[in-house]
Design a protein around this ligand. Structure first.
Ligand SMILES: Nc1nc2c(c(=O)[nH]1)N[C@H]1C(S)=C(S)[C@@H](COP(=O)(O)O)O[C@H]1N2
Ligand SMILES: [Mo]
Length: 540
């Protein structure tokens, strides 16, 4: 096969795939965004790729990892589609079988997602059907090229390509070098290229239109309509002295729009509070089902709690502090009456994600909340609207279930939550950490007084002391800003008389039990990074 001949067939394959994906997106407006094949297959990939590969992806793309995954899936799909187009020209059934295989993958991915029903198979089925129709039309039907570029120069047949007129200016999509076989019939070629262009455009418009419509069916209106109740136990006010207001230093309260987001969801779950339910079940004496209104009717507490991700590197920013409004989980558990030995509460999200929290932690009196409010607003959709868990002192992956819909009492021996079989520890207490926010690596500093400042946290224990050192010199005690509670980070600052040259700044914190952060650097897996944040600066 000459290298240029398959181009038309590849274009036909791509067009068929675009029609398939675009029409599937439109059907998914009715069946839900997670049943769209790209998203469903992407979700399957997220849940099944080996952990090292996923870490690599996150390291490479950071919080753009999801977009990268979708783009990657689309590129891969495009490559396969082009190949199928080429194969289909030789044997149509091979192309159709390929489409059927993709349909099966899409259907399987959509049906195995949490909460899927039979209708979720529709987008992939309808898409595959239309894709197959387009492929057939291009290869054997009304849109077929006449003749296909390489059907002419095969050795067996006399070559009608020879007397082909030399074309003055090849169109951009036309096959390459003049030596290659060409479509002899310009009329046919024009019709072919026009139909691919029209179909590609239509597929794009329908697909994007579908996404747009699906977005409009989201829950942002329902979210705006939520009236949060007044807490029966308000958060202690944040004293002005808790926020040093140093530039580059993270503010004491993280605005919702700046709050880090970590989850496995490729499309943000849209959970309608009108139909939301929480089931507390499993090994309990009194299973409970609550509606959103039931939840709002209960006494609410409001607390500042600093949430941290186990994947936060030393010095990283996967941490934020917010004022959460919610119902103490301890009270709900008291009503449900967990059985002896049910030492794990599994929080389950509408999308099937799970976290496992020690029952004892949820009952020990700390402010573990089923939260509905974040910094005075209903939870932002990407932070778990309408209801999520927030548990002070534990990393998010074992405690902070967003879009939560079930609390199941079980035991650690009986059930592994989402991240556990993927190599993360079943227990995830937050480690004491400290971070230098200013100066930063690339700041231009001048000799003289420089404010070194940052945050430190040891949820549930509280921070007793923060120390800074320069170039392995003696540790110097930093000034702590006012602490609001043991469950939130505390800002610190230290005045440095900077001298010209290159310097290394380091920070370490001591929690209120007297334990100082270890210098030993460990990776984030399996249960959180350790080590001292170190910043190299140069001073003019
Ligand atoms: N449903 C669901 N909830 C989830 C997760 C998830 O993947 N899915 N990730 C958890 C992790 S690892 C963290 S660190 C926190 C982050 O919460 P945030 O995105 O609101 O900052 O959510 C937790 N809750
Ligand atoms: Mo996390």
């Amino acid at each position: 096969m000459s290298s240029t001949t398959p181009r038309y067939a590849a274009l036909a394959g791509l067009t068929a795939a675009a029609v398939a994906i675009g029409s599937a997106e439109l059907v998914a407006v009715a069946t839900g965004p997670r049943s769209a094949p790209l998203v469903a297959v992407g979700g399957l990939v997220v849940d099944t790729v080996p952990e090292p590969l996923k870490q690599f992806g996150i390291a490479l793309f950071g919080t753009y990892d999801k977009i990268a995954l979708l783009v990657g899936t689309a590129l891969l799909l495009g490559a396969f589609a082009a190949l199928l187009g080429v194969l289909a020209l030789r044997r149509l059934w091979v192309g159709l079988a390929g489409i059927a295989a993709f349909a099966a993958l899409g259907v399987a991915a959509a049906l195995t997602r949490a909460g899927a029903d039979a209708f979720d198979a529709l987008p992939a089925l309808v898409g595959a059907g239309l894709g197959a129709l387009v492929l057939w039309a291009f290869v054997a039907g009304p849109l077929e090229l006449n003749p296909w570029p390489w059907t002419s120069p095969t050795p067996a047949a006399p070559a009608p390509a020879e007397p082909a007129p030399v074309e003055p200016a090849p169109e951009p999509a036309a096959p390459g070098p003049a030596a290659a076989p060409r479509v002899t019939d310009p009329e046919s070629r024009r019709r072919f290229l026009t139909s691919t262009a029209v179909l590609l455009g239509a597929a794009g418009a329908v697909g994007l239109g579908g996404r747009w419509l699906a977005g409009r069916r989201g829950v942002s209106a329902a979210r705006t309509a939520v009236a949060l109740p007044t807490p029966s136990s308000a958060a202690s006010p944040v004293p002005a002295a808790a926020d040093l207001k140093v530039s580059q230093l993270a503010p004491y309260v993280t605005p919702n729009s700046d709050f880090y987001r970590i989850d496995t969801a490729l499309v943000v779950p849209q959970v309608d509070p009108a139909t939301w339910e929480l089931r507390i079940h499993g090994r309990v004496r009194n299973p409970i089902t609550l509606s959103f209104d039931d939840l709002l009717a209960r006494p609410m507490v409001e607390r500042h709690i600093t949430l941290a991700c186990v994947s936060n590197e030393v010095g990283g920013d996967l941490i934020g502090n917010a004022r959460w409004l919610g119902v103490p989980i301890r009270e709900l558990l008291a009503e449900a009456e967990p059985e002896e030995g049910a030492d794990q509460v599994v929080g389950r999200s509408v999308d099937g994600w799970t976290c496992g929290t020690p029952t004892a932690v949820l009952r020990d009196g700390r402010d573990a909340l089923l939260a509905v409010g974040m910094n005075g607003e209903p939870l932002p959709v990407e932070h778990g609207f309408p209801v999520r868990m927030v548990v002070p002192g534990l990393y998010g992956y074992v405690s902070a279930c967003k879009w939560v819909t079930e609390l199941e009492l079980t035991s650690f021996a009986d059930f592994d939550a989402y991240w556990v079989p993927r190599g993360w520890s079943a227990q995830g207490p937050i480690k004491t950490q400290s971070r230098i926010d200013t100066p930063r690596r690339r700041n231009r500093l001048t000799a003289g007084p420089v404010t070194v400042a940052g945050v430190a946290w040891a949820q549930q224990r509280g921070i007793r002391r923060v120390e800074v050192r320069v170039d392995d010199g003696p540790w110097q005690e930093a000034t702590l800003a006012a602490a609001v509670s043991v469950d939130t980070w505390v800002q610190w600052s230290w005045r440095w008389e900077a001298t010209p040259g290159d310097h290394t700044l380091q920070v370490r914190a001591t929690d209120s039990t007297g334990e100082t952060q270890t210098a030993r650097r460990t990776a984030v897996a399996p249960d959180g990074a350790t080590g001292w944040h170190t910043v190299n600066v140069s001073v003019d």
